[in-house]
Design a protein around this ligand. Sequence first.
Ligand code: C5P
Length: 238
Amino acid sequence: MIITIDGPAGSGKSTTARKLAARLGIPYLDTGAMYRAVTLAALEAGVDLNDEAALTAVAEREDYQLDLGPTHIRVTLNGRDVTEEIRSMHVNDHTRFIAGSPGVRRILIQKQREIGVRIGDLVTEGRDQGTAAFPDAEIKFFLDAAAEKRAERRLHELLADGEEVTFEQVLANVNERDRTDSERPVAPLSVPEGAIRLDTTHLSIAEVLDTIMTRLREAGLVQPEKDALVTAPPKARH
Ligand code: C5P
């Protein structure tokens, strides 16, 4: 079963996806981490970030791996652990080039679908999971929040990681990423058809999680009184 969670930066989707997956005992896929890993790879390779062919080649050639678990995600680039590095402001400031590359998106969506097929039950989050990657997902969510609130959340994360940034810088980055995410010609951020929309501006993560669990139960995807997925009956063998 595929559960998609899409939304802009700082909408709470990463934390929600991770906690939801832990509660259901299934892995989660942070697709932003894939775009971030390719961004870091492109920066390190020194390629022109406007060169579509070069970016596509980086996404194809470099070895970036995600170790998925219900409570963690570790990212490696050519064998090196880059889990923290991909969250830096330096990477933040350049993801738009990679996210705007049709070739990179094609490769990453393909990888995401392969992960979905291999793993089966998955909570996956990003900008295009319910639209481009998994249009047939069993259930889709779209999280949003006021830009100031999203910047505040990102600021806390960055400060905790030891970055020296101000609220104004983070807000400018959030606004810029909103603009480029929704205006880019290829796969712009949009609400997937049939998605359940949640405004998280005034909600805690626990409240968002409870709302999602309620919606999963109402849809018959999670067992009543339990935090377990309803497993589909085994397919008849011919
Ligand atoms: O979610 P996160 O902020 O880690 O994503 C990093 C960047 O990757 C975003 O700014 C967005 O441009 C891009 N992205 C995307 N499609 C996804 C996930 C992330 O374009 N499915």
